[in-house]
Design a protein around this ligand. Structure first.
Ligand code: LFR
Length: 487
């Protein structure tokens, strides 16, 4: 059987073919395309028709490679949604989570229901773009006329098959699911004037969705595809594709975002977890992804976008390496770096405001970004250990960010943990694995992770002796000072 993963992140998408041969998982990227939001009349939108078209182009490549039968799974980023009318037509274009419309919404909503109560119900971290806040700010007229609210990957699956579902790993990022009842929470739905029936039925990853309606897309030469609802949240797929072993491993899914956390059998909802803004997103097989969102490669992507000369990511690393030492301490998780007009200006202004050396060259900027990301990762691991009472013994870095050997080593040095890097395609792999488990070609998650270990090169980084505590302490002092200054 041949399997196809459609994996779309905020900055790029790809179709990856997968199959098992000689007890090894073989994958091949067959189509890649860029993604990003565009700003129209001051609002940030995704181009969903373009994404659908790229999926179809990719499936056509599958056919051209000689495969006439396959299964397909789709994963994308989380929280964003599509509003559909009675006829299944979109009521408006899909707003991106980077849009500023929800900047103040957490404050508004938590005046109505307290933060503690929302956290107790959902276990989800407070991020301004969670679906609950986006729906709160939604055009009320449109919302009233909405027959169905579909999350982005569910919508793409619906476009291919005509079948609508709400897959739970992604749905958990709405901050509307109740951890106890394992369904939508009525009080929270009331708060945003949404009815339970406006969401399609909840399904677990691994559920068959339906056959691709080839006749709807007659301009494409497509194979016969059975669409399977995988762990449609890309981060949930990435965690499936992370080859952790033993009890005390953590992951860092490194892409536009850096998601750092552990896989847990039970939710961890307590004061400390809330204080550090850790989330309990739902994983495949009823696991919990206890993790934290860290700003990630977004910073360097945005710096790159604003440079006059075109640099690739390998060049950034080379330039960063030439600038030795730690010169700036910046909490890139601060809201001001979420979507500034110009990331370079924002970083430089921040440094001026906090009386730090201003990074000017590409090398200085890259050095500043990688250093601070590594510090933020190290602090997140400390928090994770504090909250769980466990000692993490290995950090698995997966996703495109794992190509960055410099950052991998920095992360090992600053966290004092052994780092394993790879596979870089963990998300697509997790997507494929879910399909393979659904079709019973792979037995379970444990067997899957063994298969991944046997199939891909995973590089080990041992921490160097550096004065990590002093660096982390300095970061905390600057960030704390900045916090006091701005409140
Ligand atoms: C990563 C990711 C994160 C989610 C963010 C926004 O691609 O899915 O998990 O918090 O994007 O959807």
């Amino acid at each position: 059987m041949i399997y196809v993963a459609v994996d779309i992140g905020a900055s790029s998408g790809r179709l990856v073919l997968g199959g098992i041969k000689d007890n090894k998982l073989k994958i091949k990227e067959i189509h890649r395309f860029s993604n990003g939001f565009t700003v129209k009349d001051g609002t940030c939108y995704w181009d969903i028709d373009y994404l659908l078209n790229e999926i179809l182009k990719g499936l056509q490549v599958v056919k051209s490679l000689g495969y006439d039968q396959c299964t397909v799974g789709i994963d994308t980023w989380a929280v964003d949604y599509v509003l559909l009318d009675q006829k299944g037509k979109r009521l408006r274009e899909v707003v991106s989570y980077r849009d500023g419309r929800t900047k103040q919404t957490i404050e508004k909503v938590t005046k109505l229901v307290s933060k503690e109560k929302i956290y107790k119900k959902t276990g989800i971290q407070f991020l301004p773009f969670n679906t609950i806040y986006q729906l709160y700010e939604e055009d009320q007229e449109k919302l009233k006329n909405t027959n169905q609210i579909l999350m982005v990957p569910d919508y793409l699956g619906y476009c291919l098959t005509g079948v609508a579902v709400t897959e739970v790993t992604n749905a958990s990022t709405t901050q509307l699911l109740n951890l106890n009842s394992r369904t939508f929470d009525d009080e929270l739905l009331d708060l945003i004037s949404v009815k339970r029936e406006q969401f399609a039925r909840l399904v677990e990853p691994g559920t068959e969705l339906g056959m691709l309606k080839k006749e709807w897309f007659s301009s494409f030469d497509l194979p016969n595809c059975k669409v399977i609802t995988v762990a449609t949240h890309d981060t949930a797929s990435a965690v499936i594709g992370t080859p952790g072993f033993g009890e005390n491993w953590a992951y860092l899914s490194s892409g536009t975002w850096s998601l750092l956390g552990i896989e847990s059998a039970v939710p961890i909802v307590n004061e400390l977890a809330l204080q550090h803004n850790y989330t309990n997103e739902w994983g495949a097989f009823q696991t919990i992804r206890f993790l934290k969102n860290i700003i990630g490669m977004w910073i360097i992507q945005e710096v790159r976008r604003h440079l006059e000369q075109d640099y690739d990511f390998a060049q950034f690393v080379e330039e960063a390496k030439k600038v030795k030492g730690f010169h700036q301490f910046i909490n890139f998780n601060d809201e001001r770096f979420m979507n500034p007009a110009n990331m370079i200006d924002e970083i430089q202004t921040y440094c001026k405001e906090t009386n730090q050396k201003v990074p000017e060259t590409v090398g200085e900027l890259a050095n500043c970004i990688y250093n601070n990301l590594a510090i933020i990762y190290a602090i997140a691991i400390e928090e994770l250990e504090e909250i769980t009472g466990k000692t993490i013994d290995q950090l698995h870095i997966v996703g495109g960010g794992a190509y960055n050997e410099h950052l991998n080593q920095l992360t090992a040095d600053l966290s004092g943990k052994v780092v394993y890097a790879g596979p870089t395609e963990a998300t697509a792999i997790g997507n494929l694995i879910m399909q393979m488990i659904a079709t019973k070609e792979v037995k379970d998650l444990e067997a899957a992770r063994q298969l991944i270990r046997d199939s891909f090169e995973i590089k080990k980084y041992t921490p160097n002796e550096i004065n990590r505590q002093a660096i982390i302490q300095k970061f905390k002092e600057v960030v704390l000072y900045d916090h006091v200054r701005s409140t």
